[in-house]
Design a protein around this ligand. Structure first.
Ligand SMILES: *Cc1c(COP(=O)(O)O)cnc(C)c1O
Length: 381
C-alpha cells in the first residue's frame, strides 16, 4: 500500500498531509486591499463580491456568506421550518456538524443508511423505510414510533461524491419532507450537470481550512428563493433593522456573517477553483490507475451521474480486509503519508446514541472499510 501511494505521490517529501490549502493566486493582494480599506469585519465589498461569485459559480440565485459551514446548516434548517421537537433525517455516516445543526434547532436527528455507490443516503431504502416508519398527516410526515414530525432530510455529498438526488427528491415529495443539502464537501461537484447545492430548498457550503477552497473559516447558504436569502442575511446579522444610526432588532438573531477579510480570501480562492478541480481530477485518475487490479480494495470513483470534485480520495477495503484497516493506517502514517478512517457513525456518539434510526448496516460496513488518502490539489503537480 505504501509503495502504491509512493508511486502516485511526489517524491522527496517527509510528510504528505491529507488535504492542504493552496494560496497561489490573489490572496495577498485582496487581503491587503481589505486591510488598506479598513473594512475587515462583516460588512464590505469582498463579502458582496464573494456572494455574487458563489451564486454565479453554482448557478443559484443567491448565496449568503456565513462564518462557517455549521452555522450555515443551522440557519438552513431554521429557515426550512425545522422546529424544536421535530425530527430531521441525517446520514449516520457524516461529519458531526450535520447532526449538531439539527440539535441546535432543538430537533432530533433521525439517522439513515448510506449506499456503497455514493457513500451517501440511499433513496430507495429510505423510501422503503419511511413507508413503514412514517405516517402522512395534515402537517407532514410523522414518525409512527415517536409521534414527532419528520420535517427535513439533509443529504451529505460524501468526500465530494453526490447523493443520487432525483430519487431522493421523489421521496421528499411523497412524504412532504424538505430537502436541505449539506454541500460542505462538494463545491465543484455536479449531479446530472447541475451543481450540488442547487437542488435543495437551501444548501450549506463550508470553506474551512481543509475544504476544496478556504476562507480560513467560513461557509455559505445557497438558495434560489430570494425571500429565504434575505431572511438568512437578516437572521445572521443579529436581526438588525437596517438604519444609519439606530440599533433595533426584531427577533433573536445570530452573529453568523462572514468577515470581509475572510471573504477576500474566498474571492481569490474561487478564482482558482477550476484549476484545483482539474488537478484533483488528475490525482484521482492516477490513484484509480494505480489501485486498479489490486486485490482486497478499490478506489472510489465518481458515480455515473456525477462529476465529482474528488475532495478526499477514498479507498474502500473489501469486507474481508476490514480487519487490516488499522494496520494499513499505521503503516501509511508511519511512512509519513497521512491517511484517515471515516468518521465515527453519529449514533455511536454519546449525545446521539438515543436518537431514532433505521437499519444502518451499509453505513456500519463503510465505517469499517473507508480509508482516505492524500488529496491536495498540488499533489498532481
Ligand atoms: C466541513 C463540514 C461541515 C461544516 O464545517 P465547518 O467547519 O463548520 O465549516 C459540515 N458538514 C460536513 C459534512 C463537513 O464536512
Amino acid at each position: 500500500m505504501v509503495a502504491i501511494l509512493r508511486g502516485v505521490l511526489p517524491p522527496d517529501r517527509d510528510f504528505i498531509s491529507l488535504h492542504e490549502p493552496r494560496f497561489a493566486g490573489n490572496e495577498w493582494a485582496y487581503v491587503k486591499g481589505c486591510l488598506d480599506s479598513g473594512w475587515v469585519s462583516s460588512v464590505g465589498a469582498f463579502v458582496d463580491r464573494f456572494e455574487g461569485d458563489l451564486a454565479a459559480y453554482t448557478g443559484v440565485k443567491r448565496a449568503v456568506a456565513m462564518v462557517n459551514g455549521t452555522a450555515a446548516l443551522h440557519i438552513c434548517l431554521m429557515l426550512a421550518g425545522v422546529e424544536a421537537g421535530d425530527e430531521v433525517l441525517v446520514p449516520a455516516l457524516t461529519f458531526i456538524a450535520t447532526a449538531n445543526a439539527v440539535a441546535y434547532c432543538g430537533a432530533v436527528p433521525h439517522f439513515v443508511d448510506s449506499e456503497e455507490r455514493t457513500l451517501g443516503i440511499d433513496p430507495a431504502r429510505l423510501g422503503g423505510y419511511l413507508t413503514e416508519a412514517a405516517e402522512l398527516r395534515r402537517d407532514g410526515s410523522h414518525n409512527r414510533a415517536t409521534g414527532r414530525r419528520i420535517k427535513a432530510v439533509v443529504p451529505m455529498h460524501t468526500f465530494g461524491h453526490p447523493v443520487d438526488l432525483d430519487p431522493l427528491l421523489d421521496v421528499c415529495q411523497r412524504f412532504r419532507i424538505e430537502l436541505i443539502e449539506d454541500a460542505a464537501e462538494s463545491i465543484g461537484t455536479l449531479y446530472k450537470g447541475r451543481h450540488t447545492g442547487n437542488w435543495g430548498r437551501l444548501s450549506a457550503l463550508s470553506f474551512n481550512g481543509n475544504k476544496i477552497i478556504t476562507t480560513g473559516g467560513g461557509g455559505a447558504i445557497l438558495t434560489n428563493d430570494e425571500d429565504l436569502a434575505s431572511r438568512a442575511r437578516h437572521l445572521t446579522t443579529t436581526a438588525k433593522i437596517p438604519h444609519r444610526w439606530e440599533f433595533a432588532h426584531d427577533r433573536v438573531g445570530y452573529n453568523y456573517r462572514l468577515p470581509n477579510i475572510n471573504a477576500a480570501l474566498g474571492c481569490a480562492q474561487l478564482e482558482q477553483l477550476p484549476g484545483f478541480l482539474a488537478r484533483k481530477r488528475r490525482l484521482a485518475e492516477r490513484y484509480a490507475a494505480a489501485f486498479e487490479g489490486i486485490a482486497g480494495l478499490r478506489f472510489v470513483s465518481e458515480p455515473e451521474f456525477a462529476r465529482s470534485n474528488y475532495w478526499l480520495n477514498t479507498l474502500l477495503l473489501d469486507e474481508e480486509m476490514a480487519t487490516a484497516r488499522d494496520r494499513l493506517l499505521a503503516l501509511t502514517n508511519d511512512a509519513g503519508i497521512m491517511t484517515r478512517p471515516a468518521w465515527t457513525l453519529m449514533h455511536r456518539l454519546p449525545m446521539f446514541s438515543g436518537c431514532p434510526r433505521m437499519d444502518l448496516s451499509i453505513a456500519e460496513s463503510l465505517e469499517r472499510r473507508i480509508i482516505n488518502i492524500p488529496s491536495s490539489a498540488e499533489l498532481a503537480g
